[in-house]
Every structure is written in C-alpha cells, then in structure tokens.
Ligand binder design. Structure first.
Ligand code: ADP
Length: 152
C-alpha cells in the first residue's frame, strides 16, 4: 500500500493545501494529513479546530486520514507505515527550505519526499496570509475550503 504523510501546521487549511491533498489522493492509496504540534508556536486555531476543518473538508474522501503528531516526521512515517512524505512547492524559497529538510530526512531514513508544484491559481495562498486577512476583518472565502468558513 502506497501511503504518504502530508505534514504541516494547517492554521488553517487553505485551498493550496486542498489542491495538494486532492492530487495526492490520485497518486497514493492513502494520504495521512498530519498536523504537527509544536509547543513553541502560537496558533490562531486550536488543534481540534484545525483537525475538524480538514476532516470536514474531506469527509467524503475515504483515502484521506487526519492525525496530530509531535516529534520527527520520519518517526511518524515509520509508525504509520508510510514510505512517502508529500509536500507542496510554491516558489524558490519553499524549494530551498524543503530541499534541506528532504535531504536530512533521506539521510536519516529511506523515506522519499514527493513534491507537487502548486496550482498556479493557489500558489500565492499561505495560512499566514489567511490569518492576516482574518485578523483585519477581510473576506477569506476565496482562500480556504468551506469548512473553515462555516466554523471559524
Ligand atoms: P508548515 O508549518 O510546514 O509551513 P503549512 O501548513 O504552512 O506547514 O504547509 C504544509 C505544506 O503545504 C507544505 O508542503 C507547504 O509547502 C504546502 N503549502 C502551503 N501553502 C500551499 C499552497 N498555497 N499551495 C500548495 N501547497 C501549499
């Protein structure tokens, strides 16, 4: 079974994440969306909210599973029996950052990172932009899946 972990903060899930997960589903038998818990980080949405947004968005997609985790992504891969890490690339800055992580993960394990180039129409979206728009009372309808709009 080809299983991929899609790790991130998802604070909140955006249409960019949605695009990567949907396309991941066509490549893998199962995509595990793994919400990382970092005690040092301040989040806008609670872990439960972030998880609920993703679960609701993919409630009709049985190949998508949502979990939370702490620690190294490669340790999670071993635990979940996943041979792949899925990541999205938006721009050269993402590439440089992701390259170092993927090399490190590969040197520590046999796990391959699979990169998907973001769709042009969502490549400008980031969770931090969504949070900024929200904080300033703007409309995020075009930036996030409906579940976020319904429950925020
Ligand atoms: P992190 O805390 O690791 O930055 P994010 O939740 O921001 O987590 O992102 C998780 C993954 O989703 C990363 O691979 C990131 O490149 C990807 N991603 C973020 N925004 C987009 C987007 N607009 N289009 C495609 N992929 C994206």
């Amino acid at each position: 079974m080809k299983r991929a972990i899609f790790p991130g903060s998802f604070d909140p899930i955006t249409n960019g994440h949605y695009d990567i997960i949907k396309r991941g589903v066509s490549l893998f038998d199962e995509v595990i969306v793994a919400i990382g818990v970092n005690a040092e980080k301040k989040y806008m949405f609670t872990l439960e909210e972030r998880k609920k947004f993703i679960e609701e968005t993919f409630k009709d997609e049985p190949k998508v599973k949502v979990i939370t985790y702490q620690g190294l992504t490669i340790d999670l891969c071993k635990k979940e029996n996943a041979d792949f890490i899925l990541r999205g690339l938006r721009n050269p800055a993402d590439f440089e950052f992701e390259k170092a992580i993927a090399h490190t993960n590969r040197s520590l394990s046999r796990i391959e990172t699979v990169f998907l180039l973001t769709a042009a129409r969502t490549s400008y979206i980031s969770s931090s932009i969504v949070r900024d728009v929200l904080r300033n009372g703007g409309d995020i309808t075009r930036l996030v899946p409906e579940a976020v709009m319904a429950n925020k």
